[in-house]
Ligand binder design. Structure first.
Ligand SMILES: [Zn+2]
Length: 451
């Protein structure tokens, strides 16, 4: 059918008309015709001037014969040079957030190819319905918080969560500053007044979870077992950190027990010198503002929430944004599970409290497809968590936690959909869960409280 996209088993377009877009929630993001397997980003960042210069080496495979293709890259960065398989393309253009490359020699279907993009400029966040996301300049340093479409603010990419790849991120910046990126630190080299930090992220990662944190930080160890945990923060906040994040190791132990093995080699908590409106997850990393580190432990719910995203969102990543409850509903339920496990209110008490708020809120969307304007609304988080509570009540604890652990094990590092979760959960119940899912996911009105 002309112009009709050919889709894979998860509904992602492989071929067809780019006008159809990868995802109706973010129709301008993502690209078709190829699949990226690896990014190597070599970045130089001048803190005082907020100037970024980068070279991106992108390894991809053509899914069809390609004579042209595109990447996402914000217009605040200027492209200096492009090569494909070591050759200049016939032409490239960079407008409206797309770097469009027309090849001198077509790439055959199934062939691997390498794109090198040299670029630079003053990175700025991407403005959209969800505020400003992506690269953010701090008082001293920078951070990246890209959910959902900020990745193109700092590197050329196929900016969609269904496109997961390995990364090597190298950052060269002024020596007094600490520079963190996803993955393991491979090496650190000090040369004159500059330091280069090279990180390798082996497990596949969605673009929005790629991050850097540059600032006046020190690294301190937090726990070694069952997972190495460390903190990267201004040393002035060490004492408060010891209180606010004092139970980080216990939360990790509880989640490993409930969700199965932690999916990455290590976990790092970043606390910025500046306040941040909300904390944000990245792969292997969570970033909090100085305001979340005030010695009151009032933000512990968020400490649990961000850690839970390492399983729900980072290892298991949605295929389309409409399935956002698979990230936020699960992370929110993890908050309630931690409250219960740590001697606070039970998950049932948390569920009851938030159910009553939801009744008052009279939200209108459906959880299985809340719409781009509502996908990060609080009701999506709470109704998603209540959906899990309803499943837990239906199954019993033993079956429910087996379901969560099996879900995480069988879909580790992969792309997931709501339909897959519904099918998967069905195997853990002696009676059909379809009516439950229809009521909670696909009906606007709030079902009765699960009892
Ligand atoms: Zn979240």
């Amino acid at each position: 059918m002309p112009g009709k996209a050919v889709r894979d088993r998860l509904g992602r377009p492989l071929l067809g008309s780019p006008a159809e877009g990868i995802d109706p929630y973010l129709p301008r993001n993502g690209n078709i015709g190829y699949r990226i397997s690896r990014y190597e980003l070599d970045l130089e960042y001048k803190v005082a001037a907020n100037r970024l210069a980068g070279t991106a080496i992108i390894t991809a495979t053509a899914l069809s014969g390609l004579d042209r293709f595109s990447l996402d890259l914000s217009g605040s960065l200027k492209v200096d040079r492009v090569s494909v398989n070591g050759k200049r393309p016939a032409k490239f253009t960079h407008r409206s957030g797309k770097l469009a490359i027309t090849l001198a020699t077509a790439i055959r279907s199934g062939a691997a190819f390498e794109v090198v993009v040299r670029y630079g400029g003053t990175p700025k966040p991407v403005r959209g319905p969800w505020g400003e996301v992506g690269w953010e300049e701090l008082s001293e340093g920078a951070l990246v918080a890209s959910q959902p479409n900020g990745a193109a603010s700092w590197f050329p990419c196929d900016d969609h969560p269904s496109s997961k790849a390995a990364y090597q991120i190298s950052i060269t910046t002024d020596s007094p500053f600490y520079a963190l990126a996803n993955g393991r630190l491979l090496r650190k080299r000090v040369k004159a007044a500059q330091t280069t930090w090279v990180y390798e992220q082996v497990e596949p990662m969605a673009t929005y979870l790629a991050t850097i944190a540059i600032g006046p930080y020190v690294r301190i160890p937090v726990a070694t077992d069952p997972v190495p945990i460390s903190a990267v923060l201004p040393s002035r906040l060490k004492n408060e950190f010891a209180i606010d994040f004092g139970r980080q190791g216990q939360i990790m132990t509880a989640f490993v027990d409930m969700f199965g093995p932690y999916p990455f080699p290590e976990y790092t908590v970043v606390v910025t010198d500046d306040p941040l409106e909300i904390p944000i997850e990245a792969q292997g990393i969570s970033t909090f503002g100085a305001n979340h580190c005030d010695g009151t432990r009032d933000s512990e719910r968020l400490v649990a929430h961000e850690l839970a995203h390492q399983w729900f969102g980072n290892s298991l990543t949605l295929t389309r944004w409409k399935d956002i409850w698979l990230h936020e509903g699960f992370a929110c339920y993890a908050e309630w599970l931690w409250a219960e496990r740590s001697g606070g209110p039970s998950a049932d008490e948390c569920a009851r409290k938030h159910y009553d708020h939801l009744v008052d809120s009279c939200h209108t969307g459906t959880l299985g497809d809340p719409g781009p304007d509502q996908m990060f609304d609080d009701w999506v988080y709470k109704r998603g968590a209540l959906t899990l509570h309803a499943i837990r009540i239906r199954l019993d604890d033993n079956m429910f936690f087996t379901l969560l652990r099996d879900w995480c094990r069988d879909h580790r590092y992969s792309s997931i959909t709501t339909e897959e979760f519904v099918d998967f959960a069905g195997h853990y119940s002696s009676e059909s869960l379809r009516p439950l899912f229809t009521a909670w996911l696909h009906t606007a009105g709030l079902p009765d409280f699960p009892a």
